[in-house]
Design a protein around this ligand. Structure first.
Ligand SMILES: [Mn+2]
Length: 360
């Protein structure tokens, strides 16, 4: 069935190394204990990659010990994926490497992305990497890197599952979860990365997949997150255009959220979906920011900008941060007594000082 459907795929796979799968299989065959990992603070794409690769290894190489391990604290964010129960959360994945003889790194290609600590200078273990970021990669024994893929999950599919006889619904769902996550439910698809639509079509046809439940699971929020969202909605301020600064919106979490017992991870997730859903959505207010306290004195500031909006990356140069033209973030350090509104005033001063660079 799979081979019959391939003819629809008019865009050729951009795989740089056609023998990747063959080499991948040889390396797996000669290993006994295999570690599968992804970057810190994993997103749906990262989780989709590790679970799909685990599934490939477990179903094609019986007898191998396969372990998915990620640096960081366990969160309940992935409970909707039954396979997520296989993920082991540790403080630093590099402290585990000596127990394995092959490590597979997914959705990032710089060792520093996989640990909260200083990464090793080089790996003392055989390594494979699959990634779609455009940064210069660190050294791996085998690498599949393609920055024209919107997600790393679709590269995992192309590399390991595209030519397989069978594709289970569970694997198709996991890969689609990664694609939905990194493509913003296909909102970030354009000429450069459009082949993801062929891949999505294949997944839907081969596994008889419905996309809506996958999207809902990926963007679902729990009640606690909804209550956090209400805080951000309530705290929105509209700022009219003045002195060359286009009209914008901003919102914030109050400092009390720090000691409210809410997981920091949940605060960040809520902030991200708020930015995604609302910043740049109100007609005439094409950009804005959200401030959230990270400690008594450090606040995270995240900017989003739409088409025609300013280049917010240039602004975050002044806030020890970085990102992209339309999505960037940084930090601001303040006196410990300062509340959220005063912090936002400081951010607005940074915007005023940066008005020339950001609108150039
Ligand atoms: Mn990704």
């Amino acid at each position: 069935m799979a081979s019959g459907l391939r003819r629809h795929n008019k865009l050729p796979s951009k795989m740089q190394n056609p023998e990747f799968k063959q080499k991948f299989d040889v390396m797996v065959e000669s290993a006994e204990k295999i570690l599968v990992t992804t970057h810190e603070k994993p997103d749906p794409d990262a989780i989709g990659c590790v679970l799909a690769v685990r599934e490939y290894l477990v179903s094609n190489f019986s007898g191998k010990e396969v372990q998915v391990t990620i640096s960081g604290a366990k969160t309940k964010a992935w409970d909707f994926l039954s396979m997520a129960k296989h993920i082991v959360w540790v403080e630093d994945v590099f402290a585990e490497l000596e127990k394995f003889d092959l490590a597979i790194f997914l959705d990032a290609s710089q060792l520093s992305r996989f640990t909260p600590n200083e990464p090793p200078e080089k790996l003392d273990i055989k390594s494979i990497c699959i990634d779609h970021h455009s940064n210069e990669p660190d050294n791996f024994d085998l690498i599949f890197l393609d920055s024209t893929a919107v997600s790393a999950s679709e590269l995992v599919y192309e590399a390991l599952f595209q030519d397989s006889e069978e594709l289970s619904k569970e694997v198709a769902e996991i890969i689609m979860t990664g694609i939905i996550g990194d493509s913003g439910s296909f909102r970030f698809v354009g000429p450069r990365n459009v082949r993801v639509l062929s891949t999505a079509r294949e997944l839907v046809e081969r596994a008889q997949l419905e996309i809506k439940p996958v999207v809902l699971n990926t963007i679902k929020i729990d009640r606690q997150q909804f209550e956090l969202m209400q805080i951000l909605v309530k705290n929105i301020y509209f700022v009219e255009a003045a002195n060359g600064i286009p009209a914008f919106v901003y919102s914030y979490f109050p400092k009390e959220v720090l000691n409210s017992g809410v997981e920091m991870q949940l605060i960040k997730l809520t902030k991200n979906s708020f930015l995604f859903d609302y910043i740049g959505k109100v007609t005439g207010y094409d950009w804005g920011f959200v401030a959230n306290p990270q400690s008594e004195t450090v606040w995270g500031i995240s900017f989003r900008s739409g088409p025609g909006g300013p280049n917010v990356k240039l602004l975050t140069n002044k806030l020890n941060g970085g990102g992209h033209i339309f999505a960037a973030g940084g930090e601001i350090e303040v006196d410990s007594g300062l509340g959220a509104e005063a912090v936002c005033e400081k951010v607005i001063s940074v915007i005023r000082e940066g008005v020339e660079i950001m609108t150039q």
